[in-house]
Design a protein. Structure first.
Length: 108
């Protein structure tokens, strides 16, 4: 599936059953956009925590050559984040339905 913004730029959304093929892969960064407490309660394996409200200041540390996979609680925040960073040349996918739709193993 594709998401897009008013400029016509687009990014892919992926289903939760597809994320397992990205876990632990080189040059893939899975980013949990939820707050730190929710992240610590359980997150997708290999995901790093960059809360959405910190993303703007943290993006300078993210390698543009990596594939970024964003997820949040239900998918809405990750879509907004994908649109924001896509405009700056990042390669992004957003997890459709967020962690609420994810049925795999969580790390704490």
């Amino acid at each position: 599936m594709k998401g897009s913004d008013s400029t016509g730029m687009s990014f892919d959304t992926i289903r939760t059953n597809e994320i397992t093929k990205y876990i632990g892969r080189p040059n893939v960064l899975i980013i949990d956009l939820r707050d730190r407490m929710d992240y610590l309660k359980g997150h997708i394996p290999s995901a790093v925590n960059i809360p959405y409200d910190k993303l703007e200041e943290e993006k300078k540390y993210i390698n543009r050559n990596n594939l970024l996979i964003f997820y949040c609680d239900r998918g809405h925040i990750s879509l907004m984040a994908a649109r924001d960073l896509m405009k700056h040349g990042y390669n992004i996918k957003s997890l459709y339905g967020g962690i609420k739709a994810y049925k795999g193993r969580l790390e704490c």
